[in-house]
Design a protein around this ligand. Structure first.
Ligand code: FRU
Length: 575
C-alpha cells in the first residue's frame, strides 16, 4: 500500500498524517487523537508489554463505543493487536488516547499503528498447547458461561483482546463438538458503561422464563465498575451475538468483592438460583425469571480455607449430594490460587455442609488449577469441569509469546466413597481418549525408556504398578538437557508428589519452582494417567489429580521408574 508522510505544524499542536487513512494529533504531553477514515482493513495497535498503559476511548463516528487500555509501544513493538471495530466496521474511528506517563510524543507507537489487509495470528510457538484450549492471541483467565446447547459445548472466558497481560475484561468465546477441538468465535460480551465483564455463567432458558425467547442462552456476569454488580445478557442465535439487558444490574450489594455468579435451575423449588462470591462467603439468591432476584442465604463464614479472596463458586447435585466449589486466591496449598470444595445438602434455600468447619478439601493438588467451574446442561447427566491452568502468582509472566494461558483438559466429576466420607474425583473426559494414537507398552526401570523416536510434546502415559510394602516408587521425565520432572508415589505416607524445580524455564517467578503433594489411598494396584502437553502435565490417580505447568527447552522424551515393577502404556496424543 502506498504511504506518504506529511508533517504539518499547527499553533500549539503538532499534527502528523502518516498515511492517507491515519492522522495523529498530539493535543498535549499526555493526550493524542488518532483519526482513521474507516478503511476496509484491520487497524493494528503496536504493543510493548513493558510500556505503561494508555487509555484509549474508541469513538465510531462520534459515538463512544469502548474504552480500552493498551500498552502502546514506547521503543520496541512486541506484537500488534487488532482494534475490534465491532458493528461499526466501515465508520471512521477516532481514538482519544490518554497516557499516564508524561511525554509520549516520541514513542514509536504513533508511527507503527496502521491499517493492514488482515491480522496475522501469532506464529506457532513451542509452549502453545496442542489439545488444551488457549486463545488464538491475547490474554485469558477464568473459563466463563459454560453451557451445552444443540451439540455445542460453549466456552466463554475472561479475555483481553488487547494484550497478553490481564486487562480489558471481555467474554471471549469458543465452541467445540468434542471438548478437545475448539473454534474461537467473535468476542461475546464487551465492557460497557457499567464496567468490564468479569466472570459468570450461562443457562439455556428452555421455558422462556425471562421472556427473551424460548431456548435463549442467558448469561449472568459481574459488571466490574466502581462497584461489582451482576448483569445479564442473552442470545437467541445460539450464542453468536448477545444483547445486553436494559435494566442491568440485576443484583447489587454493598460488598467490595461481590462477583462470579453461577446460575442453576433448582428442580426442588422450581426456581432459578444463583450462587456468587461475596467477600469471605458465598450467597444464594433466587428468581423466577432470571431478571428479578431475591437474597436467600449465605455459606462459608468459618468453613474451609480463608487464606485469600473467595471467587468463582459453582454448585451442583452429584451422586446424591450437593457439591459447592469455591476457588480461592491466594491461600492455595502450594501458594497462590487453588480450588476448594465442600460436600453437603441443599434444602432449596441453604447449603448445609457435611464437614466440620475446619476441614478443607482441595479439588486438585497442583499449582495450576484455578477458577474451576462446570458446564450447565451437559448431556447424559454428566458434570464436566474445566479449570484455568495457571496461578495468579505468575500468570502474567509465563514465558509464552503470542498468547497467555490455557485451560485444563475437560474433566468428568464423580463422588467416590471413602472411609471418612465421599471425595470429589476428576477424571479426563472420555473425549480425551479419542486423541490417543498407537499404544506402545514398556516395562520401566532406572534405564531411560525413549517415549517416541522423535521428541514430541503431546502424549499420555498410563502407569500401573503394585505399591510396594516399603519404599517409594519414583518416576522421572527427562529431556536429555538436564531438565526433568520428578514424581513419586509413597504408599506409606499415602502421597503422590511432583517436583518441577528443574523442569526447564522456572526463573520467571520465584513462586514457580515447586513440589506439589497430593494425598492418596493406595489400592491393591495403582493406576496413574499422565497427560502431557507442550507446557503442562496433568496427573490423574484413582482419588486425586494434580495439574502443573512446565516450560522445558525441548519436550521430555524419556521416562524412568524405580521402586516397583511399573508397566507403562505410552500413547501419542494427536489433536
Ligand atoms: C478469578 C477472578 C474473578 C474475576 C475475574 C476477573 O480469577 O479474579 O473473581 O471475576 O478473575 O478477570
Amino acid at each position: 500500500m502506498r504511504r506518504f508522510l506529511a508533517i504539518l505544524v499547527f499553533i500549539g499542536l503538532s499534527f502528523i498524517a502518516f498515511a492517507q487513512t491515519v492522522e495523529v494529533q498530539h493535543l498535549s504531553e499526555r493526550r493524542t487523537l488518532v483519526r482513521t477514515d474507516g478503511g476496509s482493513g484491520v487497524f493494528l495497535l503496536p504493543v510493548q508489554e513493558s510500556s505503561p498503559e494508555a487509555s484509549i476511548k474508541v469513538l465510531a463516528d462520534t459515538d463512544l463505543w469502548q474504552t480500552i487500555n493498551v500498552r502502546l509501544a514506547t521503543d520496541k513493538v512486541d506484537y500488534f493487536v487488532p482494534l475490534d471495530r465491532g458493528q461499526w466496521k466501515t465508520k471512521s474511528v477516532l481514538l482519544d488516547i490518554t497516557s499516564a506517563r508524561r511525554d509520549r510524543r516520541r514513542d514509536i507507537c504513533w508511527k507503527e499503528m496502521k491499517y493492514s489487509g488482515s491480522f496475522e495470528l501469532p506464529a506457532p510457538e513451542p509452549f502453545r498447547p496442542a489439545y488444551h484450549f488457549a486463545p488464538s492471541f491475547g490474554w485469558m483467565n477464568d473459563p466463563n458461561g459454560m453451557v451445552y446447547k444443540d451439540g455445542l459445548w460453549h466456552l466463554f472466558f475472561q479475555y483481553n483482546p488487547y494484550g497478553n497481560i490481564w486487562g480489558n475484561m471481555t467474554w471471549g468465546h469458543a465452541v467445540s463438538r468434542d471438548l478437545t477441538h475448539w473454534e474461537q468465535w467473535e468476542n461475546a460480551i464487551l465492557p460497557n458503561e457499567l464496567g468490564s465483564v468479569f466472570s459468570g455463567s450461562a443457562v439455556v432458558d428452555e421455558n422462556n422464563t425471562a421472556g427473551f425467547g424460548k431456548g435463549a442462552i442467558v448469561a449472568m456476569y459481574t459488571s466490574a465498575g466502581t462497584t461489582q454488580t451482576q448483569s445479564i445478557a442473552w442470545s437467541t442465535d445460539g450464542g453468536k451475538t448477545f444483547n445486553i439487558y436494559g435494566k442491568n444490574p440485576v443484583i447489587v450489594a454493598d460488598i467490595r468483592d461481590f462477583r462470579d455468579p453461577k446460575v442453576f435451575w433448582d428442580k426442588g423449588s422450581n426456581q432459578w438460583k444463583v450462587v456468587l462470591a461475596a467477600g469471605q462467603e458465598v450467597q444464594f439468591w433466587a428468581s423466577d425469571n432470571l431478571r428479578d432476584w431475591e437474597y436467600e442465604s449465605s455459606f462459608g463464614k468459618g468453613f474451609g480455607c480463608h487464606g485469600g479472596v473467595w471467587e468463582c463458586p459453582d454448585f451442583f447435585e452429584l451422586d446424591g449430594k450437593w457439591v459447592l466449589i469455591v476457588n480461592i486466591n491466594p491461600g492455595g496449598p502450594f501458594g497462590g490460587s487453588a480450588t476448594q470444595y465442600f460436600i453437603g445438602e441443599y434444602d432449596g434455600k441453604q447449603f448445609i455442609c457435611d464437614d466440620a468447619p475446619e476441614t478443607t478439601r482441595w479439588m486438585d493438588y497442583g499449582k495450576d488449577h484455578y477458577a474451576t467451574v462446570t458446564w450447565s446442561g451437559a448431556p447424559d447427566g454428566r458434570r464436566v469441569a474445566i479449570a484455568w491452568m495457571s496461578n495468579w502468582q505468575y500468570a502474567n509472566v509465563i514465558p509464552t509469546k503470542g498468547f497467555r494461558s490455557a485451560n485444563s483438559v475437560p474433566r468428568d466429576l464423580k463422588l467416590l466413597s471413602r472411609p471418612d466420607g465421599p471425595v470429589l474425583v476428576s477424571s479426563p473426559s472420555p473425549e480425551v481418549e479419542a486423541l490417543r494414537g498407537k499404544a506402545k507398552a514398556a516395562r520401566l526401570s532406572s534405564k531411560p525408556v525413549k517415549l517416541f523416536p522423535e521428541p514430541r510434546g503431546t502424549y499420555e502415559i498410563v502407569l500401573e504398578f503394585v505399591p510396594p510394602k516399603k519404599g517409594v516408587v519414583g518416576f522421572t521425565l527427562n529431556n536429555g538437557q538436564g531438565e526433568k520432572v520428578l514424581m513419586s508415589y509413597d504408599p506409606s505416607a499415602k502421597t503422590f508428589s511432583m517436583d518441577r524445580k528443574a523442569s526447564g524455564d522456572v526463573a520467571f517467578s520465584n513462586d514457580f519452582p515447586a513440589e506439589t503433594v497430593a494425598p492418596t489411598l493406595p489400592g491393591k494396584r495403582v493406576s496413574l494417567r499422565l497427560l502431557v502437553d507442550n507446557s503442562s502435565i496433568e496427573v490423574f490417580g484413582d482419588d486425586f489429580c494434580m495439574t502443573n505447568l512446565v516450560f522445558p527447552s525441548t519436550p521430555f522424551n524419556t521416562i524412568t521408574a524405580t521402586g516397583a515393577k511399573v508397566q507403562a502404556t505410552i500413547y501419542p496424543l494427536n489433536p
